[in-house]
Design a protein around this ligand. Sequence first.
Ligand SMILES: NC(=O)c1ccc[n+]([C@@H]2O[C@H](COP(=O)([O-])OP(=O)(O)OC[C@H]3O[C@@H](n4cnc5c(N)ncnc54)[C@H](OP(=O)(O)O)[C@@H]3O)[C@@H](O)[C@H]2O)c1
Length: 419
Amino acid sequence: MEDFRRCLERQERERNERNRRADEINELQRQVDEQVVIAVVLQDEENQGRRRGSQVGRRRNVNRHRHSRGIVCGGVPSSGRSSPRERKRKSAASMKAVVITTPGGPEVLQLQEVEDPELKDNEVLIKVEATALNRADILQRKGMYPPPPGSSPYLGLECSGTIEAVGKQVSRWQVGDKVCALLSGGGYAEKVAVPAGQVLLAPPGVSLQDAASFPEVSCTVWSTVFMMSRLSAGETFLVHGGSSGIGTFAIQIAKYWGAKVFVTAGSKEKLAFCKNLGADVCINYKTEDFVARVKEETGGKGVDVILDIIGAEYFRRNLDSLSFDGRLFVIGTMGGAVTEIDLRVVLSKRLTIQAAGLRYRSPENKAAVVREVENNVWPAIVAGKVKPVVYKYFPLSEAAEAHRLMESSKHIGKILLLP
Ligand SMILES: NC(=O)c1ccc[n+]([C@@H]2O[C@H](COP(=O)([O-])OP(=O)(O)OC[C@H]3O[C@@H](n4cnc5c(N)ncnc54)[C@H](OP(=O)(O)O)[C@@H]3O)[C@@H](O)[C@H]2O)c1
């Protein structure tokens, strides 16, 4: 595990350097492409003897070409690097995807006809059976969480489906395989291209639709709570937001690995649901002080590991809830991102504080996490010890309605979209 962590850290440094270079190349490529597109448009007009040369006409044409390249998400750039000729050839193939017409509320999400994704040599093309919502989608919709460079401009961090095509360098997967995948974007569509290393076999015993509920939560929870915070059998584990997509999965996998699980949630119904999933100590954060309850339940000791989605608002209280040698892992900032820290608490209790996001990791880093998940989480799912928790299914055309539900926080577990 130590070697693996060092390997992940090295990959992270390499990724940062690669991303910086990729950004520069993308920007240059974008500028070159735009000039080529303008030149092609003008040439077309000349050929047809209707060159008017007005600035308005030029601008309109450039915008049309931009749109056909998928630059549609409120100014979020597409990854397209193909030549104008290649794009023209491929424009015949189209699919439906949910487009963010402009940053804003749920109503900006519209199902539109767009180009098929391009398949790179190390990727597979998946015909999407289902995709799942994540809180991050709401931020992206509002224009506050752009996709990483080179990723699809469309929403959707995970999917399930059937492999429709494989890139030249892909050996593990075949056309027709039923799979699910961790995506950097693009799940809210009929098809998505994804690096082969981010694909998992759909777990037997789970419907192909429901398999879409697993990639994001399993990769997030495994890479943080288990790979980094090293939660082990017999230890105590507190997960905030026990009824969330992340929480409902974390409860089950932590129980499977032999931990005692504490949760916070905001209602009796949600806490009852968490208890049914296996949670041992259920705390209503609206009516109880979770620090006091944790201390009471652990004989004043505190818990070994906390998975936190709230951030600043809970930071101090999380430190107070940890035992000696306790580990806090922050994966969300729903309660703010800026806070103060009294280092004496960290020093005296020998605490470890970590934070990480999944989406901006390199494909190699994600592939390493996915393989760990396949080895350590998939057996629990196949054995029926970890079950999908799906609150509601919506057709892809009702993505706006699905976002409203997530923002209301009435749901428990995952919300799925079906193309
Ligand atoms: N870093 C990463 O790689 C990564 C990956 C995936 C997700 N995340 C983060 O993980 C979080 C959960 O994501 P999700 O998609 O599972 O979201 P979700 O299903 O929408 O769940 C969020 C839940 O948080 C609960 N909550 C709100 N305020 C709370 C509080 N003060 N204390 C305890 N619970 C509270 C709400 O339920 P109540 O009714 O109980 O309030 C809500 O249902 C988000 O912040 C997301 O950004 C991070």
